[in-house]
Write a protein that binds this ligand. Structure first.
Ligand code: FE
Length: 197
């Protein structure tokens, strides 16, 4: 389904593949634990973050940037094969992904409208996977303002932002708590795969 220029692959990962992804992620997080980032002004963000791949995206008092190592000093673990296969399937013409950002949101978390533009090559797509509790995804335009549309993303849904959607404003308005049984304690995981360099 397309909403504006966003391609939304509803139910791309069936329940058994979602569970397998969660165990892939647990393995990644053993090596690169979730951290609570702060904004450059020092305000704690509501999201918990980690990453896999050559680069992870970091926010701290020095600013926003990609880094080749987890704050603990270890390199980020490899991107799980299951996600590399998804990338190959959905965006076969793109370069290989260099970052799989792992964001964990609790029931109260949200993400304001923003653009993804910390990457060097903005012609490359961004692919994101929703796991766990449903999130209300808002999609806007390449410039601030104008009409937006929202859709509930469910566990296993995948969104591709490419072409006109690559620089479109987007965000998560709210999360529907306890709408998924994928993770025993609830919560929502958003995986975002990007080419960084
Ligand atoms: Fe984003």
């Amino acid at each position: 389904m397309h909403v504006r220029d966003f391609a939304i692959h509803t139910g791309y990962f069936p329940p058994d593949a979602q569970a397998a992804l969660v165990s892939d992620l647990r393995e990644v997080l053993t090596h690169a634990p979730l951290i609570q980032p702060v904004t450059p002004r020092g305000k704690p963000m509501s999201v918990r973050m980690s990453a896999a791949g050559r680069y992870g995206w970091i926010s701290d008092r020095k600013g926003y940037r990609y880094e080749a190592r987890h704050p603990s000093g270890v390199p980020w673990p490899a991107i799980p094969d299951r996600l590399l296969r998804m990338w190959q399937d959905l965006v076969p013409d793109a370069r290989a992904p260099e970052c799989c950002l792992i964001n964990w949101y609790d029931a109260s978390a949200r993400m304001g409208l923003h653009q993804d533009r910390d990457e060097a090559d903005l012609t490359q797509p961004v692919v994101s996977v929703s796991l766990g509790d449903e999130g209300l995804f808002r999609m806007g335009n390449p410039t601030r303002g104008g009409k937006t549309e929202s859709v509930w993303l469910r566990s296993g849904d995948v969104v591709v932002m490419s072409g006109a959607a690559r620089l479109a404003y987007h965000g998560i308005d709210r999360i529907r708590p306890n709408s998924s049984t994928l993770m025993p304690k609830g919560g929502r995981i958003k995986l975002t795969l990007r080419v960084v360099t």
